[in-house]
Design a protein around this ligand. Structure first.
Ligand SMILES: [Zn+2]
Length: 514
């Protein structure tokens, strides 16, 4: 059958008038696109025999939201060069040398630049769908897909843990337990969480917990979940508990803090993974999906330092799983991948030519979003640009030529040129007068410069990125492929170039679920 394609726009225009024939054709095309292909490893006796065909009993799936290859590599380069006094020496993140690596395509039914709802659906259920849709057929949005987590839970008795540094009802975690025509049906997603029967949820708060008669919290409690809202409460959880953990420290939109903003001792993804292993460990096995969701949020805002710190924390979280794998090497499978790339991040910038100065990024002490609150204070004070630049020095390390530290070698590559200073002044003035605005309310030039963010915050990120040899192409997602790193039982199946839907099919094949 001829492939039927809809652009997002033409579909929205067509609306209910879309002909039944077109919908049937689109569904058939989607179904045939989703047909499992024979993994290359099956045709290769050597690869297939590597782990003796043993079904992994403990499965870890780490998803770095927005974590393309530049996000991983920039974190590796940053860590290495900082640890080696600025030398060109990369560091090895916990998953970079896993024995099997795949290159994964991420496009969805609507776009080559997909979103987390459709891509996490593909990973969780092996099906392509529209951007914004969670585990429902594309275009009709009326038939739910059963996820790998649900299959392992119901057919194999695996316990299931779903973790995210963003909201626990955000698209990526939701794609493992929810089925919704829109990723924004937060209250309904919370209801599906309570009804999932999964044993461990941990992350940021619900987004619309009181959107109906019974709150999402009370629904979970009624289904036997311990609702935990403090770090001490999370620490006290024991093996066999059925728990919903809402992180005690939360920042923008009730997600967990960026790593760069986390206080000493504040639980991060690695702590929730460690606790998850303790809670889920049982003779039948478990499946744990852990999402580092704010790599994506940082990259939307083109905040390279925040992205790097969250990738490094994700590496710590994977290391916790590697430690578990080392105790159970024949029964454990660890996969590390991304749903899509965000920001069009790249390593290398026009004015730094062939050089990078990644150690500059050590001077950034907070995320763009934390700096937004400083801008609020500056605006309330009616502060001058000079006063704002004193704050910018503390948060981003950027200084003017007449600053006291201009001769300090630590600031050698952080002295602003007139051009950069002028850009910052313009952005500051816009932050004081207009602030963040919608794309429809700004000029093309202003949108290219600031997106929908606080202009001064993102201009500071851009200037620091550029002086460090980093850049971005977009405030949104890109269609660049992502990597997958695999170790352990069945990891040899995850090699070569494949589509994100294959992750589900390979997992289903390895675990013999229907
Ligand atoms: Zn995103």
């Amino acid at each position: 059958m001829k492939n039927v394609k809809f652009s997002r726009r033409s579909f929205l225009k067509a609306g209910a008038a879309a002909s039944v024939a077109s919908l049937v054709a689109a569904n058939a095309a989607a179904a045939s696109a989703a047909e499992p292909k024979a993994p290359a490893a099956d045709e290769n006796g050597l690869l297939d025999g590597l782990f003796g065909g043993k079904t992994p009993k403990y499965i870890f799936l780490f998803i770095g939201d927005g974590m393309g290859l530049p996000q991983i590599q920039s974190a590796s380069f940053y860590k290495g060069t900082v640890e080696n006094n600025g030398a060109v020496i990369p560091a090895e993140l916990s998953f970079m040398k896993f024995p099997f690596t795949g290159s994964v395509t991420t496009y969805d039914s609507t776009s080559f630049c997909p979103d987390s709802a459709s891509t996490a659906t593909s990973i969780a259920s092996g099906e392509k769908t529209e951007s914004g849709v969670i585990n429902m057929t594309p275009w009709t949005r009326d038939v739910p897909f059963e996820t790998i987590a649900e299959k392992l839970h119901s057919q194999k008795g695996y316990k299931v843990g779903i973790l995210s540094t963003v909201n626990i009802d955000h698209a990526t975690p939701a794609a493992f337990y929810a089925h919704q025509a829109s990723r924004k049906n937060y209250y309904e997603i919370g209801e599906e969480l309570a009804n999932s029967g999964f044993e461990y949820f941990a992350g940021g708060d619900f987004q619309d917990p009181r959107g109906g008669a019974v709150s999402n919290y009370d629904m979970a409690i009624a289904k036997g979940y311990k609702l935990v809202t403090t770090q001490a409460g999370a620490a006290a959880l024991k093996a066999g508990d059925k728990a919903l953990v809402i992180a005690e420290q939360r920042a923008d939109a009730a997600a967990m803090n960026y790593s760069i903003d986390a206080a000493a001792g504040e639980w991060q993804l690695s702590d929730y993974v460690r606790k998850g292993i303790e809670v889920l460990d049982n003779p039948n096995g478990f499946f744990m999906m852990a999402e580092s969701g704010k790599i994506d949020w940082a990259c939307h805002a083109n905040d390279t330092a925040a992205s790097i710190h969250d990738v490094l924390e994700m590496s710590n979280a994977v290391q916790v799983a590697v430690d578990f794998y080392n105790q159970h090497p024949n029964d454990t499978l660890i996969l590390v991948t991304a749903d899509h790339e965000t920001g069009g991040m790249t390593i290398g910038f026009t004015t730094t030519n062939y050089d990078t100065y990644l150690t500059n990024l050590t001077k950034q002490t907070m995320s763009f979003v934390k700096f937004d609150s400083i801008i609020d204070t500056l605006r309330a004070q009616g502060a001058s640009f000079e006063a704002a630049m004193a704050e910018a020095k503390k948060a981003f390390g950027l200084i003017t030529a007449n600053d006291a530290d201009a001769a300090n070698p630590e600031y050698e590559n952080l002295i602003l040129t007139d051009y950069e200073l002028e850009g910052l002044r313009t952005a500051y003035e816009r932050s004081m007068t207009v602030g963040a605005a919608g794309q429809g309310d700004m000029t093309q030039r202003d949108y290219e410069l600031y997106g929908t963010y606080q202009p001064f915050s993102v201009e500071l990120c851009h200037v620091l990125n550029h002086k460090s040899g980093m850049d971005h192409t977009t405030w949104s997602h890109t269609g660049a492929p992502v990597n997958l790193y695999a170790i352990g039982a069945g990891s040899d199946k995850f090699t070569g170039a494949f589509d994100n839907t294959e992750i589900f099919h390979k997992l289903a094949e390895l675990t013999n679920v229907q």
